[in-house]
Design a protein around this ligand. Structure first.
Ligand SMILES: [Zn+2]
Length: 84
């Protein structure tokens, strides 16, 4: 983990799944979309979660099993270049 997330980051990350599922009202979708554009760490989380959702959809599950999720996260983080 990096720095402590800002409150708006926590809110965005909190609603990421709903955002991806388009379950939020339009103004909130807009708000989070704007945040993701200006916040690379949240945008990265968004991309990871979208990827997970696509993979999970392909397997026919509604919700990512924890094991699958952590395996995907580990794979993505392992392939990500070091940020130092
Ligand atoms: Zn953020």
């Amino acid at each position: 983990m990096h720095a402590v997330p800002k409150p708006e980051c926590e809110e965005a990350l909190d609603r990421l799944f709903e955002y991806i599922d388009h379950e939020l009202p339009e103004d909130e979708i807009h708000l989070i979309g704007e945040h993701l554009k200006t916040c690379p760490p949240c945008e990265a989380e968004h991309k990871i979660n979208e990827k997970i959702k696509r993979l999970v959809n392909r397997t026919g599950h509604d919700v990512a099993p924890e094991e699958l999720r952590s395996r995907i996260l580990a794979t993505i983080r392992a392939t990500r270049p070091e940020t130092s």
